[in-house]
Design a protein. Sequence first.
Length: 298
Amino acid sequence: MKMDFEYLTRAIPPELYAKTKATFSTHIAIFEPEEFAVGEVICVDDYHFVLFLSSAPVTKVGNVEYKVRKGDLLVIRPWEEVFGIPGSSRNRGKYLHIAVKKEFFTEIASEVSRGEPFAFRHVHGHFSNQLLDLIGLFQQEIMNYGDAYPKMLHSLSTQIVFQLIRDLDAEHDNSGDSKWDNACDNDFDNADNPYISNAIRFMKEHYRSNISINDICNLIYLSPGHFKRVFKEQTGRTPHQFLLDIRISKSKELLAKSDYSIEDVARKCGFVNAGHFAVAFKRSTRLSPSEYRKKHAR
């Protein structure tokens, strides 16, 4: 299976590839490098998708520069040149690189476009929790069974590509990413503990992404157990509850002021899917998202 992507392993700088965890199947390959390749143009065949799990250098694809950040998803089409700009950020950082065979992607994209020529709605967007879950299942299948069950690998590979297309097809409103104008936004911004203030600021900036307690603790240099205890002492809520409140608050704003579908609102606010969003929203407001929209739409 590895030979299908041998050209890519040659394109990656040897010192970087030596520190890269790679998972291969017939149709897709997933790489987990320990740092970004900067200062060198890389140009390869097939489709490539980069999921940024941390801050990253400015990335140039073709003639366009992208100031990417944690939670972003970027597609590189066949033979597009990609270049990490040196000095624009720390070289070290976490990201996932997904390579998809061109013929396999074209087959799936044809179904998405109903047989018409396929074009990405966006080449720069945000990845979903669902995509991360599928990647985890794919890696677990390879780790446990190798290629013993090709139909299972084909199914997981197909789902990953569909989800990549769906994530990039979603609309993303980048206005106000780090600004809030409701009560939730103002709560505890000036918490006595600077670690908690930084954690809250991080949640507000990255609520769209699949952030975890470990992500926050790595930022503020506290152990998860200590962080959870101190956070609840300061805010009266667990970190999970606080992040959920942020997402619910933002979703109320979008439901009232926009025409986005319920599914799009869910994606924009960091929920796994529309079902998860509906359950959490009703538990919080005693109204379904559609009921809230009817009551508060402007």
